[in-house]
Write a protein that binds this ligand. Sequence first.
Ligand code: DON
Length: 547
Amino acid sequence: MLSLCLLLLAQAPDLHTATGTGGVIAAVSPPAVDVGIAVLRAGGNAVDAAIAVGFAEAVTWPEAGNIGGGGFMLVHPGKGKPPTFFDFRETAPAAARVDMFAGKIDYQSPVTAGVPGTVRGFALAHQKHGKRPWKELVEPAAKLARDGFPVTASLARRLNGVLGDKTRNEEFRRVFGKPGGGEWQAGDVLTQPDLAKTLAAVAESPDAFYTGEPARLLAAEMTRSGGLITQADMEKYQAEERTPTCVTYRGRDVYGAPPPSSGGVTLGLMLNMLEGEELARHPRHSPETVHRLTEVMRRAYCERAKHLGDPDFVTVPTDLLLDKAFARRLAAGIDPAKATPSAALADEIPLADGGSETTHYSVADRDGMAVSTTYTLENSFGCRVVVRGAGFILNNEMTDFNHTPGVTDRRGNIGTPANRVAPGKRMLSSMTPTIVARGGEPVLVTGSPGGRTIINTALCVVVNTLDYGMDARAAVDAPRQHHQWFPDRLTLEPSADIESLAARLKAMGHAVGSGRQGDAHSIRLDPASGKRTAAADKRLDGRAAAE
Ligand code: DON
């Protein structure tokens, strides 16, 4: 019996890894990956597929996939062409005030919702790079919402968790409660008729979301529940095309998310600090390497807290933060044998976390174009308010602004000026969609959810790949680590040897905890052979597929 089970296990298809010479996709939600692959097969490029996956996940992974939130899409066309970046981060409504979260914050309040950006972001990316008609990219999502889809075990668990006692919103319970009552089980079918109607309107025109019935229903929801977003806020929302950050690392170009994300700048600063070190002298999970990475993280996150915010509102010294000499000066302060107390780095700031509920997916097409998308509602299922009659969940992204001006504390609150609330401003993000290229061709596509841990998850995948030569599967599977300056604590992902590793790191002066980190659906590409491997992360759910 045991040998039969082992045989069956050995023969079970690995749905988390896919290799081919055509297009490949890695994402959290299996039905959304199917939608993306169908778009590639119909002749769509990586941007078309990424848009279709994004709309599909708004239906099939509702805790983070969204049309009521925002995010970022990094596009590398390959063939030496310049990469570009689409910013569809939410903005603060006109009625937002600098101290609206000071001293108190209710993550389920509709005042935490920013003006959603996803639909205009996808529309802008489509206008610049899309090949297939827009409608074809939205309709599969509308169909999934209308006809329903079987929930996975992971989605069932998440829905049951939030429906338990974690939402106060009646509409949320009506839309996501299991018909007839009881708990969701894997295989049950979830239909979302109101969302299907909204998506059908978006399929006709992306502007419908901002100027038509969905915007009217959103404004009515705000009036009813005490939120801030108006129809005028919706009409005014614009997605932006920006220049990605770029640093060179070990002979590759690493492209990342520019402000209003802190992702690309912080990742670039960490890589620049690491470049002077031959990391691979020590094994990846040796105390020496984990210590070096931790010290680099601590310093980069301190700079992040000092400087980063929406570049349309504050001056962000991106060039300085990505300057190799600046990184060398910061790295010179690292003691190879001892932890630096975080407080010792913070003299300019008067001293007074992240779950997994964003989602990242990676797409490459047969011509070598690569797309790295991370988008979010902020917390799991956002503020847990469903817009009545429109079927979509609202984000609580406003909580990414600094809560209390002037209060930066050792628990991790940041109160520096760059990321204070202002009407129309984008809140600082940690989302880090990343593409590594060599000679103008993408070789790695990665990114992750996880709040402030996101940037460090991307760092782990990049270092695993470029310093330690791991293949896509190993680079995604390997245990990760996180340090964010404050709280002054290193978090390690559980592994077989975590206890001895933690003991060595404690002896160096680190406070050490443990926890699961991120969900980094990634792709490796070999431009010479044309081989691509998509590695879906196994930490939550996940599916990888090849065209
Ligand atoms: O933009 C950001 O950095 C956050 N809103 C991402 C949130 C996230 O990953 C989920 N975890 N709390």
